[in-house]
Design a protein around this ligand. Structure first.
Ligand code: ZN
Length: 243
């Protein structure tokens, strides 16, 4: 039902001479897994460029080998170890203000160096903070570490760095920890498309390691409805940010 809603919205956009751009960010990759293979196969079939936010600390040659040659797969820095340093009553954060700033920045520099070394072609200098949260003091220091863009969740706000955010998270983190109801997701997307202030590119956020069949089904249906649609373009983070 709601997939139809999205399709109708796209028809209207096309009829009015407008287009929409999407981009895809998938978080938490460390090593090759069957779920990652499934994601890579799915995005390749539909020619959808993918940005993988990789957790630097535990990753290495195995993942780099699996991603080598994937022209449409870019790599961004996902914190350092995805460790939570916030207190028990706070929302989880690796890059908050709970530790000395220098300690956080040293880790981010290590992550930048490690991933840019492992992925000479596919690395982009974009930071994806774990849990999409980051202290303003850390953001301010990012350009000095070489970062040229930041990606979190929600509407883009002006800041020290260009932002390329995600706007639709396909997972339900609070209830069943599975994919959100595809009908609901398509309705959310249709609403975003109709919003007066549409983002430059609508960011879809996925987490391949915890996808259930709902999550995979939504992605398949989304790509089928949009990848070849004349009003839609899937762009890479590099293209969106001119990196
Ligand atoms: Zn993460």
């Amino acid at each position: 039902m709601s997939l139809d809603m999205l399709k109708q919205t796209l028809e209207r956009l096309q009829a009015s001479g407008h287009g929409v751009r999407f981009w895809l960010r998938d978080d938490d990759a460390v090593e090759p897994t069957p779920a990652l293979e499934r994601l890579l196969a799915l995005t390749a079939i539909h020619d959808v460029p993918l940005t993988l936010a990789i957790i630097p600390e535990g990753t290495g040659a195995a993942l780099a080998e699996a991603l080598r040659g994937g022209d449409d797969v870019l790599v961004a820095v996902h914190g350092w170890s995805h460790a939570n340093h916030a207190g028990p009553r706070e929302k989880k954060q690796e890059l908050g203000s709970h530790r000395p700033l220098d300690e956080t920045l040293q880790e981010l520099a290590k992550g930048f160096d490690k991933l840019s070394g492992l992925y000479p072609q596919q690395f982009i200098p974009m930071l994806v903070p774990p849990w999409n949260r980051i202290a303003p003091s850390v953001v301010e220091a990012l350009p000095s570490l070489g970062f040229r863009a930041l990606s979190v969740f929600g509407a883009e706000q002006p800041g020290a760095l260009p932002l390329l955010n995600t706007h639709v998270d396909i997972m339900n983190w609070h209830g069943i920890r599975g994919g959100r109801d595809p009908a609901e997701l398509f309705r959310d997307l249709a609403e975003l498309l109709e919003a007066p202030e549409r983002p430059v590119a609508i960011g879809i956020l996925t987490h391949h390691l915890v996808h259930d069949e709902n999550a995979w089904r939504f992605l398949e249906e989304l790509f089928e409805a949009t990848a070849d649609h004349p009003a839609c373009t899937w762009i890479s983070a590099r293209e969106a940010l001119d990196l």
